[in-house]
Design a protein around this ligand. Structure first.
Ligand code: GDP
Ligand code: FE
Ligand code: FE
Ligand code: FE
Length: 188
């Protein structure tokens, strides 16, 4: 899929604020690809599309989990965990995206996982540090990426912050979130 078509898809589907977030993730991801020798075209496409299913109806998302034979464990979670896997399935089966790296980056953008590809890592981090984000500590994370160039350390720190936040709010933690936390704790 070409950039232009991806932008059109997302612009027509998502509210303006979410569309703008998606475009900023894509721009941040391209900058990171320059820095870490990633594939700018792949990260740009994944960035544009990553939140495509963010506001899809939950019942419809559950149907798609079954239709496209995704992990049935997803059925115990809500759209926060589902929107990445569902967007990846829609892009693969309904919009003809074949590039596995792009699909994986969309699929895993919320939780991360162990042994991410460079494209996955860039999207996971760009989603967290794009210029519109203002969560505490995000500036340190930007410095860690753009000045110190510590990509795996940033992944660990993001996972840690996410898990802390989830525990404090009594939310369920998806196994891949923990898998990512542990893997990048050892790798950082
Ligand atoms: P966004 O779609 O750009 O807002 O960002 P993400 O897709 O990265 O995250 C969406 C939401 O999922 C955030 O509020 C995270 O805190 C939440 N989230 C991340 N990991 C988990 C998890 O393991 N379990 C649950 N319940 N939520 C999670
Ligand atoms: Fe998301
Ligand atoms: Fe994220
Ligand atoms: Fe996002």
């Amino acid at each position: 899929m070409k950039k232009k078509r991806a932008i059109k898809l997302v612009e027509e589907k998502l509210p303006k604020k979410r569309f703008e977030h998606s475009m900023r993730v894509a721009e941040t991801a391209v900058k990171m690809a320059d820095l870490f020798n990633g594939d700018a075209e792949k990260v740009e496409l994944a960035g544009i599309l990553h939140d495509y299913a963010k506001y899809d109806d939950l019942a419809l998302m559950y149907q798609l989990v079954t239709k496209y034979e995704l992990d049935r464990e997803l059925l115990a979670y809500n759209s926060e965990i589902l929107h990445g896997p569902v967007a990846a399935a829609l892009m693969k089966y309904e919009h003809g995206i074949e590039d596995v790296e792009v699909l994986q980056a969309i699929f895993n953008h919320t939780t991360g996982r162990k042994q991410m590809t460079l494209t996955e890592k860039i999207i996971f981090v760009a989603d967290y540090i794009e210029p519109g984000r203002n969560q505490p500590g995000v500036d340190e994370m930007r410095t860690m990426i753009f000045d110190e160039k510590k990509l795996d350390k940033a992944i660990y720190d993001i996972s840690k912050r996410t898990v802390k936040f989830l525990l404090e709010n009594d939310k369920c933690i998806y196994p891949r979130t923990i898998e990512c936390l542990n893997y990048y704790n050892l790798e950082k």
